[in-house]
Design a protein around this ligand. Structure first.
Ligand SMILES: [Fe+2]
Length: 220
């Protein structure tokens, strides 16, 4: 039996790579060229095994049906998390010179932490899993787990695969690196503050608890 996602691979083209660089311009901030290239390959691998043609086509959600942005794209989330993570890192680098933070890993981890979402969010996968969850689960693998697979499959270092896995619900079950903690906190902060500022569909934030009282946002 062959894995379903392997049967569905489209060719990885330079157009696809270009779209990834357009959707994630912060890739250019990664100084290590090999790391930068492999981040592009990770997204190309993930998208090419899914129904989505580019990152912007992914639903702008934290998890399927949860924390759904009223407007914007998944690339807004990835970029916002990366900006926040870099700001957190720089705050400590500037004020506590004794700390050691790999800034490239923070940027690459921010841009790739959700690289497994094309698999978990894919409508075809969700329809297949939904038909009978007793066969391979619902989902069979969360985006964090599939993301770790993607990172390792394209040769990204384990530091980035670890961030893909540890940024989400799996984090508390493993020991997490300093850079993973920075990206994880930036990710949770981004969704929580987006909820508080009225940027999320109210019916999709119940999982955040009653503490969140969304302010009404201006109409765009
Ligand atoms: Fe995220």
């Amino acid at each position: 039996m062959q894995l379903n996602y392997l049967r569905r691979q489209r060719p990885v083209t330079d157009d696809l790579r270009r779209s990834i660089q357009e959707d994630l311009p912060e890739l250019a901030d990664i100084r290590d060229v090999d790391l930068r290239t492999k981040c592009v390959e990770a997204w190309a691998y993930s998208l090419s095994h899914s129904s989505f043609l580019r990152i912007r086509d992914l639903p702008p959600e934290g998890n399927p049906g949860q924390s759904v942005l009223i407007r914007g794209t998944q690339s807004d989330h990835l970029r916002g998390v990366t900006h926040l993570a870099v700001k957190i890192a720089d705050e400590f680098i500037e004020t506590r010179p004794e700390v050691i933070i790999n800034r490239d890993v923070v940027i690459a981890g921010g841009l790739c932490h959700d690289v497994g979402k094309p698999y978990e969010f894919d409508p075809e996968n969700r329809a297949r899993w939904g038909r009978d969850p007793s066969v391979s689960g619902l989902p069979s693998l969360r985006h964090s787990v599939f993301g770790a697979h993607v990172c390792l499959a394209v040769g990204l270092p384990e530091e980035i695969a670890h961030i893909a896995l540890g940024h989400s619900m799996e984090g508390p079950f493993i020991g997490i690196s300093a850079e993973c903690m920075i990206v994880r906190q930036a990710d949770h902060l981004w969704w929580t503050v987006a909820g508080a500022l009225g940027l999320l569909k109210s019916e999709t934030i119940g999982h955040m608890g009653t503490m969140l009282q969304p302010r009404k946002a201006r109409s765009a």
